[in-house]
Design a protein around this ligand. Structure first.
Ligand code: SAH
Length: 269
């Protein structure tokens, strides 16, 4: 009882955090990097730079990603070049948790970044694995989250989504700004991996950040069609595709929540 109510208080605090001004995201960074990290706060960035290509930190991100830099994602995390990071739980995730409509069991968040959504979904009924290729992202997420009341209901793993072999499959996979972050040539492989990692009756939830005006990436242009193009051949159908009314900043009006199942039967339609 005590444990549940502490988690309840934590989730409530996460919800309330939406109404207070955003804090600098990474107090774990050395002082010299803090300014960059503060500027990195996604919501604020997006208010100021409506076009990602005009955001100096997106320019820097693209420079790193398109260069021969080894571990380019990790370099971004080390330097605080994380313009995607909201610095708080994604409001749509809080709403899904509170609605009670999320599947229970094992959950995977590929490209979890700071891990706010991992923590928000974790409960006595839901064990959540946050996966990221960046050792810095995973280290920061662990440092920030390991003493939270629900800490034994989630874990952070440093691994490449495309090669990682977990011991058990998942009941739910949640993708937010991972699909649009990876090179478009990897999208079919992304869908195949989702199919391999999900239990046959598992659910994929994609919070889709629609982008259509970018000449390069990340984030790369993506549409609902792009998801269907790779997910349909892997046996997935969208059973829900709706606007995300509570998207943050520039993403408002540009996000859709897709809920996908394999082996679609009448009961899901
Ligand atoms: N979902 C997070 C982060 C999105 S940015 C959020 O919404 O804030 C994309 C993330 O994917 C980065 O943290 C990057 O380090 C990670 N990433 C990129 N390629 C990956 C791969 N092959 N396997 C696992 N993580 C990867």
């Amino acid at each position: 009882m005590l444990r549940l109510s502490r988690i309840g208080v934590y989730l409530l605090a996460q919800g309330l955090a939406r109404s207070v001004p955003e804090k600098p995201r990474s107090t774990l960074l050395p002082a010299t990097k803090r300014l960059t990290a503060r500027m990195a706060c996604g919501g604020g960035d997006e208010q100021r730079f409506r076009d990602p290509a005009s955001n100096p930190r997106v320019v820097k991100l693209r420079e790193l990603m398109n260069s021969d830099t080894q571990d380019a994602w990790d370099k971004c995390w080390e330097e605080g070049v994380t313009p995607w990071d909201l610095g708080k739980t994604t409001p749509a995730i809080l709403q899904l948790v509170q609605s009670g409509s999320l599947p229970k069991g094992r959950v995977l968040v590929p490209g979890c970044g700071s891990g706010y959504d991992v923590v928000a979904m974790a409960s006595a009924e839901r064990f959540v694995v946050g996966l990221d290729i960046s050792s810095t992202a995973i280290k920061q997420a662990k440092e920030r989250c390991s003493s939270l009341p629900n800490a034994n209901q989630f874990t952070f793993v440093e691994a490449d989504f495309f090669t990682w072999q977990p011991k058990e499959k998942f009941d739910l996979i949640f993708d937010y700004t991972f699909f649009c972050a990876i090179d478009p040539s990897l999208r079919s492989a992304w869908a195949e991996r989702i199919q391999e990692l999900l239990k046959p009756d598992g659910e994929l939830i994609t919070l889709i950040y629609l982008i259509s005006d970018q000449k390069e990436g990340p984030p790369y242009n993506n549409t609902v069609d792009d998801y269907e193009k790779v997910l349909n051949p892997a046996g997935f159908r969208a059973v829900v595709m709706e606007d995300n009314e509570i998207a943050v900043g520039r993403r408002k009006g540009s996000e859709k929540i897709g809920r996908w199942k394999q082996h679609v039967t009448k009961s899901f339609l």
